[in-house]
Design a binder for this molecule. Structure first.
Ligand code: FAD
Length: 500
């Protein structure tokens, strides 16, 4: 039998341990032997506590048990994100992980809603979203499979303590045969002719040789950026925030099942409810706020007592032009980062890992697999980029330089076309794979003040009175059903309370 592939994971943050756990959970050590090297002295970014529903698929796929993971990471459930002040002052809308309404008369709900707004009357669109109403009432329960039921129309994600999640995956991976090596990498050795990475050398003098390397070294991008010189595409002309300051505070009641994002003069502030504390951070643009101003804004915006000193982080929006180069795949911050809005980074880690498993490398680099990997990862980044830019661009705020800049900045053609199609017809291209699905775009478009001027003509097949009546019935049914859900805090206490 052939020798197993020696795979070295460089870095033990969320990306490194997710990679190691996925490999350990799905490949046999006789096929692939995994070693992870990390440096406690360097540490990891330690933020990244809000996720998307795909996280559950990842955990299920590799064999993580949900309740156990949630208990050990102080996790809560997440049904969406509330945006406060985005678009215009006083605005509050929720981007739900669920649908708006039901198809009616052969067209998507949005078209009947637009028609009812124009020809009769309709409540704000959030009244027709079960997930949003559950958020507004701080309630949670698992969705059911029966598509006829209202409580089948949503998915859920998690908020968790990022360091505890990495620790959890470390135990998971080590128990399944992943070898962990502690130490700082000080040099990278390359094969003289091919230029492929041959080994990493540690401060201790040890040398770790491998056939394939996964670069999870964070913003340093030790292999992909520093060693292989893969260029970085800078997207900061669209995503201008480049700093964050984070601080936890005491938990407050009720325990809401959603992240909150609140506009600030030079960016926005996140609020992530965990079982034992609330995570907070101010993401800002250093051109419009100093670090001191940002820390003051953050601390003034807490709704509980601060539990630690503010911690500063720097980043630049963009990605490496190739995530797979030679015998290195970059996963996580080493391959790119947009910004924390909409919690897409862990999702992009997951995409890279799952794509890597599908196109699993051999001992020799295969350009066909490599091209396909890079194409798929690029798609995901491009689409997420446009969705994030939309949040900044679609605003009528006039209270600070940052928001005026974002409103008037040039945006990618792909986003301009998307906005035009929505404005004209309420049309949204539904991707077969990847982010974001139509309800997400609807939430942001409508929430930030862009409503369609027209709708699909087939909507007229149904009399308007029938539409209005069905919409009222739907709204009432949602209200009634949501009242039957348990409070989110109580649900967690029963299902996955953190260890005392
Ligand atoms: C402000 C902020 C908020 C965020 N919020 C979210 C969010 O809510 N949701 C979300 O999905 N994502 C979020 N992210 C992104 C998320 O934090 C990262 O995607 C995630 O933590 C993965 O990071 P990483 O593992 O790639 O890098 P890191 O955590 O930086 O890990 C790098 C690893 O490489 C090791 N390493 C580096 N150099 C060496 C060396 N020379 N020798 C040995 N080891 C080395 C380090 O020790 C560490 O183990 C946020 C990011 C930021 C900056």
């Amino acid at each position: 039998m052939a020798e197993p592939l020696e795979l070295i994971v460089v870095g033990g943050g969320t990306a490194g341990w997710m990679t190691a756990a996925a490999l350990a959970g799905t490949t046999n050590p006789s096929v692939c032997r995994v070693t992870l090297v990390e440096s406690e002295a360097i540490g990891s970014v330690g933020v990244g506590e809000a996720t998307l529903p795909q996280m559950k698929d990842f955990n299920d796929y590799i064999g993580v048990l949900e309740a156990d993971m949630m208990r050990k990471t102080n996790a809560t459930f997440k049904l969406g994100i509330e945006f406060r002040g985005w678009g215009f002052e006083g605005a509050s809308y929720i981007h739900p992980f669920g649908e708006f309404g039901r198809r009616m008369g052969g067209v998507d709900f949005l078209h009947q809603w637009v028609r009812a707004r124009q020809q009769a009357s309709a409540a704000p669109i959030e009244a027709y979203s079960y997930a949003i109403q559950a958020c507004r009432h701080a309630r949670f329960e698992f969705p059911v499979d029966d598509a006829d039921q209202l409580n089948s129309t949503y998915a859920y994600a998690y908020h968790f303590d990022a360091s505890l999640y990495a620790q959890y995956l470390r135990e998971f991976a080590e128990a399944r045969g992943v070898r962990r090596v502690e130490g700082r990498i000080v040099d990278v050795e390359r094969q003289p002719e091919s230029g492929l990475v041959a080994a990493v050398k540690l401060e201790s003098g040890d040398r770790l040789a491998g056939d394939f390397f996964v670069d999870c070294s964070g913003f340093r991008s030790l292999l992909l950026g520093q060693t292989l010189d893969v260029p970085f595409e800078d997207w900061s002309q669209w995503l201008v925030c480049d700093r964050a300051v984070a601080v936890p505070c005491e938990r407050t009641e009720p325990l809401i099942p959603y992240t909150r994002s609140t506009v600030k003069p030079a960016g926005w502030q996140w609020r992530i409810p965990l079982q034992h504390r609330t995570g907070n951070g101010y993401v800002y643009c250093s051109e419009f706020a100093s670090d001191d101003e940002a820390a003051t804004t953050l601390l003034d915006g807490l709704d509980g007592k601060a539990a630690g000193e503010p911690r500063f982080l720097r980043f630049k929006a963009g990605r490496r032009s190739r995530s797979w180069e030679g015998n290195v795949i970059g996963v996580g911050l080493s391959s790119g980062f947009l910004e924390p809005l909409e919690s897409t980074s862990i999702y992009l880690i997951q995409v890279a890992i799952m794509t890597m498993l599908k196109l699993f490398p051999g001992r020799q680099p295969d350009p066909v697999l490599m091209e396909e990997f890079n194409r798929l990862v690029d798609y995901e980044y491009d689409r997420v980029r446009d969705f994030l830019i939309l949040h900044y661009h679609l605003n009528s705020r006039d209270d600070s330089e940052l928001w005026r800049y974002c409103r008037s900045m040039a945006i990618p053609d792909s986003l301009r076309e998307k906005m035009a199609m929505f404005r004209r017809r309420g049309y949204i291209d539904a991707y077969r794979y990847g982010l974001f699905a139509p309800p997400s775009w609807i939430a942001v478009f409508v929430g930030q003040g862009l409503e369609p001027e027209g709708y699909e003509p087939f909507a007229d097949n149904l009399p308007i009175d029938t539409v209005v009546q069905r919409m009222q019935e739907l709204q009432q049914a949602i209200d009634r059903r949501v009242q039957l859900m348990p409070q989110h805090g109580r649900f967690i206490d029963d299902y996955s309370p953190a260890a005392a």
